[in-house]
Ligand binder design. Structure first.
Ligand code: SAM
Length: 471
């Protein structure tokens, strides 16, 4: 692996950079595989943070993460039904440090409004879903439409109702002045931190691209900054080693806005390097793969010290209406008793959203292009519900809905959207499960079974070598 000489030269003098060790670890061929478990689903299934067929042992825990584990080798994730059930997410270990950045700067026991601005494919967003309380709001945004679809899929799989997936340019969020308590910007960057995992990216690296990324990062930050409330926390991260995209962005932020840099507590044996920016001494945290078991990563946190009150009011009229009493009565048996959600209707679809986030929901829908809000439950047809796939994957589904459990080969067949045979006396809508995790719906008719797995999500691969891995 030939690392760009200009990159190596540019890192001379950067705190924690050891050229020999850095080159050696890139040439070693070592690959680190890690996953993060969906605690909300694991708890619901009565288990602790374990997945029967993955070796998630205490000794393999990622030290800065409550839910992350290293795996001794890389399984063919795509052929594990539980990844499609949202039981876990394949995520790069360094990125999971976002947990420390959030929990050390913000009281996550309080209801929060959190924006993940550059969110696809959803690694940080699914982590944020696990960290914030059920009465907090997460807006997961992705500007590129095709990537927003993947973000939506991963968000649905994670199963929370308090998420709105948007597909908007960062500048649009300036409409929500002083609205968010936390904004996470996992910025598009030159990507040198992932060279070990994706050697093909080395050829695309250039100093010009670093300069372009630096400018784009400034634009994104300036566009979204008004949406952060006074006292709110900005979490900025990249997977680039370049100073321009890391410490220099921190200095630019402090030159441009009134923000206070925040220091994080890091255990010495984690191998994470604390850096200070040249001009303002802002704190940054660097992850070098020769020092941590993870890929290259940088993160820095700031508290906003300017801004007035949030004066945005939800609109008087909305595209959303509350579901009627009759519609609510039809849907109620499908939901877990006591799930504190309001049911909403848009066109034919009924969706669930946390009751006390009504104002937030209406405000976002009024101002930003929303791909999906809350958990879509389905459509009403006559006196019945036609359940949506998102309901099957939701943590709010009634646990006593009739389900059939499949063996692994049959579960894969189901996820390919092929014919499945099950023996059940029950007719009608039935959940399909693997190891107690819901995979989706089938409809059992008199003489056949219909497979309702979403066509665009189905497994197409016939052999291994594919992942959903994300940073
Ligand atoms: N946070 C994601 C995760 O953990 O799975 C990874 C985000 S990736 C590093 C950066 C994202 O920024 C990409 O999804 C990319 O499409 C998006 N992006 C690209 N250009 C952008 C822009 N000008 N404004 C906002 N986002 C942009």
């Amino acid at each position: 692996m030939q690392l760009p000489q200009q990159l190596l030269d540019s890192l001379t003098g950067v705190a924690g950079f050891n050229k020999e060790a850095f080159v050696q670890i890139h040439e070693s061929g070592e690959q680190v595989t890690s996953v993060r478990v969906n605690a909300a689903k694991a708890a619901k299934n009565g288990s602790s943070l374990t997945i029967d067929h993955l070796p998630l042992v205490q000794s393999a825990k990622i030290p800065w993460s409550s839910y992350g584990y290293y795996l001794p080798e890389r399984p063919a994730f795509i052929f594990d039904p539980l990844i499609h059930a949202g039981a876990y997410y394949v995520q790069e270990a360094s990125s999971m440090f976002l947990e420390q950045a959030l929990t050390q700067t913000t009281d996550v026991s309080q209801p929060l409004r959190v924006l993940d601005l550059c969110a696809a494919p959803g690694g940080k967003s699914t982590l944020l879903q696990s960290l914030i309380s059920a009465d907090s709001l997460l807006v997961s945004n992705e500007v590129i439409k095709s990537r927003a679809a993947i973000l939506e899929e991963n968000s649905i799989k994670w199963g929370g109702a308090n998420v709105i997936v948007t597909n908007a340019d960062p500048a649009t969020f300036a409409r929500l002045e002083n609205f968010f308590d936390v904004i996470v910007i996992d910025a598009p960057c030159s990507g040198s931190g992932l060279f070990r995992r994706e050697p093909e990216a080395i050829g695309e690296w250039s100093e010009q691209n670093v300069a372009l990324c630096y400018q784009r990062q400034q634009r994104i930050l300036a566009d979204v900054f008004p949406a952060l409330k006074e006292g709110g926390v900005l979490i900025y991260s990249t997977c680039s080693y370049s100073k321009e995209e890391d410490e220099q962005i921190a200095d630019w932020l402090m030159d441009t806005f009134s923000v206070q840099p925040l220091q994080l507590a890091v255990e010495a044996d984690w191998g994470i390097v604390e850096t200070r920016s040249n001009k303002h001494q802002a704190f940054g945290y660097r992850f070098f793969p020769d020092k941590v078991r993870g890929e290259g990563f940088f993160i820095s946190c700031f508290r906003k010290q300017e801004g007035g009150a949030n004066t945005i009011r939800p609109p008087k009229k909305s595209l959303l209406q509350k579901a009627s009493k009759n519609e609510t009565a039809i849907i109620q048996p499908w939901l877990q008793a006591g799930w504190p959600v309001q049911l909403w209707k848009q066109k034919e679809e009924i969706m669930a959203f946390p009751q006390h986030l009504e104002k937030e929901l209406l405000t976002i829908v009024d101002n930003i292009y929303v791909r999906r809000a809350g958990t879509v439950l389905g459509k009403i047809a006559g006196n019945d519900l036609v359940p949506d796939h998102a309901l099957a994957l939701s943590t709010g589904i009634n646990p006593s809905i009739v389900a059939v459990s499949l063996k692994k080969e049959d579960a894969i067949q189901y996820l390919r959207k092929e014919e499945v045979s099950v023996s059940t006396a029950h007719k009608g809508w039935t959940l399909v499960q693997f190891e107690q995790y819901n995979l989706g719906w089938i409809k059992v008719l008199q003489n056949r079974i219909n497979n309702y797995y979403p066509p665009t999500w189905r497994i197409l691969k016939r052999s291994a070598n594919s992942t959903n891995e994300s940073s």
